[in-house]
Write a protein of this length. Structure first.
Length: 68
């Protein structure tokens, strides 16, 4: 009976360590995910600015083409 209890205690300890390790990994993944989302937002803003600048340049070029 004592062996069974020790065996179960060892399994519980292993499960608790695994749980802690998984929690730590999960927190790291969540933090990484947040960083990726922030970077994505930043890149989208840069893309929008670039598109706007290109549209402005195209508009100016069309104006120059139509000038006498």
């Amino acid at each position: 009976m004592e062996e069974l209890i020790q065996h179960l205690e060892a399994k519980i300890k292993t499960l608790m360590q695994t749980c802690q390790s998984l929690k730590h990994s999960n927190h790291q993944l969540q933090a990484g995910g947040r960083l990726i989302l922030e970077e994505n937002q930043s890149l989208l803003l840069k893309q929008e600015r670039a598109i706007s600048q290109i549209e402005t340049m195209l508009s100016k070029l069309k104006t120059l083409e139509n000038a006498p």
